[in-house]
Write a protein that binds this ligand. Structure first.
Ligand SMILES: Nc1ncnc2c1ncn2[C@@H]1O[C@H](COP(=O)(O)OP(=O)(O)OP(=O)(O)O)[C@@H](O)[C@H]1O
Ligand SMILES: [Mg+2]
Length: 397
């Protein structure tokens, strides 16, 4: 781990598939346990291209854009256990990791989006780089065993945990997952079964993602491996390099994933940063209708985001599409107050979204038609009749 002293700075760089070279965009250091930006380079053509901050409704502090460069609970739990294992090995007391340690320990190659970091004194060396390769698909089963041992809180050595630190600690979300590469070298994320699962989460995510695709929702290429592992190709990587990605949590400068917010705020982001707004607004509306139809109430702010492509900022492909029978409403409101699973109500709200009622009806009809095939999709994913019927309470079409 790099041990930066509180007064030492990191340089934040933007380097995506279109950058001729990395562009220094910020200078940051830890203050009172939190990062602060001491400077942000604005105004160059390159920084205007990637930096959505200037056009946002309420300009969040630039530091909010670092949210996605840091892991969520899964990655953080790996790093915490790794620190304990290192402390045992080195015969010292473990300590709680600082945000700088988290930022600098996670693998640079796995970091979300196209931000990179270097110590200010060594601008040529990005933190978190490592010569070791990411796992291959054929190794996923072994990693599933390792993550199960991890979840069971078995005593694992630092050396055993190192591959997990490398492949998994940068990723967002709370479920066990790791990054891997396919035969062509493309990066994927594998969501692994958890010992706490009460159903086959991978198979359900696969079935629901197939339905979403049928309902006209854009998703990244995905597959179901060994009947239980849901894998998705990373949309923030291309054969040419990285792509900038910011979650709506980052863009709205929210402190928590589950902060109570509204889809209308995501519409404001679209309004400010997307060029061709109508298809993006309709796509978001379609996603909300779909989430209502499958009771996907885990639609928090880090489960939506925006991606920078050659044609500018767009909604990122949808991900984490899961039925949640135990959650009774959406996380985000779809008008000023309401977050109910209510397709008729959503139709009534179409004018607030700037969508003509006739068009809204078409979108909701597409969603209903696609979702009506849920039993077949679930069976295709290998789910049993009993598992399917148990889910019936969550699906409305
Ligand atoms: N295809 C993809 N390409 C790039 N990044 C992705 C992709 N799918 C997911 N992600 C990123 O990985 C993170 C974790 O994925 P996901 O939300 O599916 O996991 P999760 O553990 O189920 O999350 P949660 O804690 O919300 O239940 C997302 O927040 C997103 O940043
Ligand atoms: Mg998620």
């Amino acid at each position: 781990m790099i041990n930066l002293k509180p007064h030492e700075f990191l340089t934040a760089w933007s380097q995506d598939e279109f950058s001729r070279r990395p562009l220094a965009v910020g200078r940051m250091r830890l203050a009172d346990g939190r990062f602060e930006f001491s400077r942000f380079w604005n105004g160059t053509e390159e920084s205007r291209r990637f930096n959505p901050i200037e056009s946002l409704p309420e300009t969040p502090h630039a530091i909010a854009l670092m949210t996605d460069s840091l892991p969520d609970s899964w990655g953080r739990s790996i790093l915490a256990r790794y620190e304990q294992a290192c402390a045992r090995r080195d015969e010292r007391q473990p300590h709680e990791l600082t945000e700088t340690e988290v930022l600098t320990t996670i693998a640079d190659s796995e970091r979300m989006g196209a931000m990179r970091f270097s110590p200010e004194q060594q601008p040529e060396s990005f933190v978190g780089t490592s010569p070791t390769m990411l796992p291959r698909k054929s190794e996923l089963e072994a990693y599933a065993e390792l993550t199960a041992a991890f979840e069971q809180k078995r005593l694992l050595s630092a050396a055993t945990l190192e591959p997990l630190v490398r492949a998994a600690s940068a990723l967002g979300g709370s479920r066990p997952k790791i990054g891997f590469v396919d035969g062509s070298g493309a990066q994927w994320i594998a969501k692994l079964p958890s010992i706490y699962d009460t159903r086959n989460m991978g198979a359900w995510e696969y079935a629901m993602t197939r339905l979403a695709m049928r309902a006209g929702i854009e998703v990244a290429p995905f597959e179901l491996i060994d009947g239980t592992i849901f894998a998705t190709r990373r949309f923030d990587r291309s054969p040419r390099g990285r792509r900038h990605y910011f979650s709506t949590r980052a863009l709205l400068a929210a402190d928590r994933n589950h902060e109570p917010r509204s889809y209308l705020e995501i519409l404001m982001i679209i309004e400010k940063v997307c060029r061709d707004k109508v298809p993006e607004v309709e796509q978001l509306y379609r996603r909300v209708a779909f989430k209502m139809a499958i009771s996907d109430g885990d639609d928090h702010l880090r489960n939506h985001g925006f991606l920078l492509s050659e044609s500018g900022w767009h909604l990122a492909p949808a991900f984490d599409i899961n039925p949640s029978p135990s959650i009774e409403h959406l996380c985000l409101t779809w008008d000023e107050h309401c977050k109910d699973y209510d397709l008729e109500g959503l139709l009534g709200a179409a004018p607030f979204w700037g969508i003509a009622v006739e068009r809204a009806r078409e979108i909701v009809a597409d969603v209903r038609r696609a979702v009506s095939g849920w039993r077949e999709e679930a069976a295709e994913a290998g789910l049993s009749r009993a598992e399917i019927e148990e889910m019936a309470c969550a699906i409305r079409c």
